[in-house]
Design a protein around this ligand. Structure first.
Ligand SMILES: *[C@@H]1O[C@H](CO)[C@@H](O)[C@H](O)[C@H]1NC(C)=O
Ligand SMILES: *[C@@H]1O[C@H](CO)[C@@H](O)[C@H](O)[C@H]1NC(C)=O
Ligand SMILES: *[C@@H]1O[C@H](CO)[C@@H](O)[C@H](O)[C@H]1NC(C)=O
Length: 289
């Protein structure tokens, strides 16, 4: 009986933990070395995060003074508030996250599979939405082009934090296409005066316009997704703005994928791609991070 209860408690705890862990917490530290997986030196936080991603037991990372500590998920039980001003970050990645460009401290690196940008012109590092320097990218009439890959297959979610410096007609936030008209697009401003999400497939096109009018100089969290190969969702700041009938996005080698565009003047940050349509709860947890 006692074992049975312990088991139940443990399972409840895991369920609770998994939803709790999605929130990034600041001003916390983990002192319990029982849950420490490894401790090593890293020159950059992205390197440290990458280490965690390669270790399936890793639930948390604390990066401080070049020291990179990886902790298991249960370490959360031993968190304590830290009294100093340094922020201790815990980061948990969903297994459905396939690509992530955190953009931090002069690094543009994609930290999961090194899907890196192949052009680097007319952009610079700038402050992110937390005012951290060199932790977002400012595009001045250019796009950052990704190496050709199979970025989507069936369902997906793409999310980007972005702030427009100028609302220019048909300026792109994100696009991922092949040479045969199979593509997904987010533009900041379309003919109807709104940002829109488009899917192109086999000569057909689907467009979902935002309801909200974008303002210059304001950070927004853009999310597009496709569920069950056919339902397209467009979210802004964690709220669903539009839903519609999309098109199946096949796993083609996408040779033209980019953030920004030739006429884009905007700041972008924290780009992520998932291999499924995230639920509203998952999206709202992402918003908080
Ligand atoms: C930023 O990166 C440089 C090396 O590229 C490192 O020396 C510095 O400590 C890092 N700063 C922060 C705040 O992580
Ligand atoms: C960032 O700086 C601007 C201008 O100094 C300020 O208005 C804003 O509140 C700051 N934001 C944060 C998150 O600290
Ligand atoms: C995609 O296409 C590029 C360029 O044509 C090629 O270098 C790359 O190997 C292809 N990738 C895959 C996964 O097929």
């Amino acid at each position: 009986m006692r074992e049975f209860l312990v088991l139940i408690t443990f399972n409840l705890l895991i369920g609770y933990l998994e939803s709790e862990l999605l929130n990034m917490e600041k001003n916390l530290i983990i002192h319990n070395s029982k849950f420490l997986i490894s401790s090593s030196l890293c020159n950059a936080k992205t390197q440290c995060i990458s280490k965690c991603l390669k270790n399936s037991n890793c639930g948390f990372v604390i990066y401080k003074d070049k020291s990179c500590d990886l902790f298991t998920k249960l370490a959360w039980l031993y968190r304590t508030p830290s009294t100093n001003d340094i922020i201790h970050k815990r980061i948990l990645f969903s297994k459905n996250l396939k690509y992530y460009w955190p953009i931090e401290n002069l690094s543009l690196e994609e930290i999961i599979t090194q899907a890196n940008f192949i052009n680097k012109e007319k952009w610079s590092f700038t402050e992110d939405r937390f005012n951290s320097s060199n932790s977002a990218i400012e595009l001045n009439g250019n796009h950052l082009v990704l190496e050709p890959r199979i970025y989507f297959n069936d369902d997906f979610t793409v999310m980007v934090w972005a702030k427009v410096n100028e609302l220019i007609l048909e300026s792109s936030l994100f696009g991922c296409l092949n040479g045969l008209g199979e593509g997904v697009h987010i533009n900041f401003l379309g003919g109807k005066g709104k940002a829109y999400y488009a899917i192109y497939s086999k000569g057909s096109a689907m467009f979902l316009d935002l309801v909200t009018d974008l303002k210059v100089g304001v950070w927004y969290h853009f999310i597009i997704s496709l569920e069950n190969r056919k339902i397209a969702y467009f979210y802004l700041n964690g709220k669903l703005e539009k839903i519609g009938q999309g098109f199946y996005t096949s796993g083609v080698n996408r040779t033209s994928c980019f953030f920004g565009g030739h006429s884009t003047r905007a700041v972008l940050d924290d780009m992520k791609m998932f291999n499924k349509a995230l639920s509203i709860t998952e999206i709202q947890n992402e918003m908080k991070n």
